[in-house]
Design a protein around this ligand. Sequence first.
Ligand code: NAD
Ligand code: LMR
Length: 328
Amino acid sequence: MKSPLVVSITGAAGQIGYSLLPRIASGQVFGYDQPVALRLIEIEPGMKALAGVVMELNDCAFPLLESIEATSDLDHGFSGANWALLVGSVPRKAGMERKDLLGINGKIFIGQGQAIERNAADDINILVVGNPCNTNCLIAMNNAPGVPQNRWHAMTRLDENRAKSALAEKAGCHSRDITKLAIWGNHSSTLYPDFENALINGDPVGKYIPDRAWLEGDFIKDVQQRGAAIIAARGLSSAASAAHAALETVMSLRETTPAEDWHSVAVASDGSYGVEKGLICSFPTRSDGKTASIVQGVELSDFAKAKFQLTLNELLEEKAMVSELLPK
Ligand code: NAD
Ligand code: LMR
């Protein structure tokens, strides 16, 4: 038996947590030969519900679930963590943009970054899901200077999946036929889903969808607004699809990405594509099974560059909004 992998999850009693946990405990994410030790982190008011979640996990009798610790103490929650999924935070309500949550959620990520630096394992990897995830990740990363910047990720895989699903519907193909669909920028209503570099069955999207006006218009808008559409329909923000995308992100980072594809995740910029170093920005990335690297040399048309600039501007605005949360 391998030694257990320690996985810390904040907001574990929330809706996304409820979808994530059984899949992690089952072995689906880290491997069917890999025991996991869960550290489930909640704020005090969430601890009662978390106790119920723990009962349910125990009642599944998962063979690979080594242990569960439920805590509201960040030092305990991140101790020895190999992976940290930072989900805990307040979701937006109808009529709000995700960045409207910065005032309430941003500060959460100071203490979490500091506790990760103090307590996590040397090989810690972090995925931030709680919104606005790019800038929350920026805050946590800057409050954990001892953790290498390439361990920090924020989730845009849900946007990639949404874009694939929308293109497949329009093209009359299956979403599995679509590769190289990159989300550039922020997980927000300015994100840019790059249909110009995406492929359907290995061919440019335009071969299947000649309606350029739809691609430039409704396609982009619908992907940007999909989260809001789900809130309008469900009265709650996405959870099953969000949990699925979070787990796919982790799995993709732990595998070598095939040369003919890439995936979207927001990472600390290394200056690629003119993005300010250290900004948490979504790019096309490939993993070597340990670390995601930004794919170089992707051609952006003038149309794409203009869209990318808009979402970059928003990331810079968000950074300025939280400047007091970033240590000098
Ligand atoms: P939820 O309200 O159902 O659950 C959030 C949980 O976090 C609650 O149990 C709450 O008690 C807990 N929590 C709050 N502050 C905490 C803290 N400081 N430490 C630990 N736990 C804390 O919300 P949800 O639907 O699970 O969504 C969680 C977050 O994920 C929201 O911010 C939402 O907007 C975001 N989200 C992001 C994406 C994405 O694509 N990046 C997709 C969906 C949702
Ligand atoms: C989503 O994209 O579904 C999430 O970010 C939740 C939201 O607020 O839209």
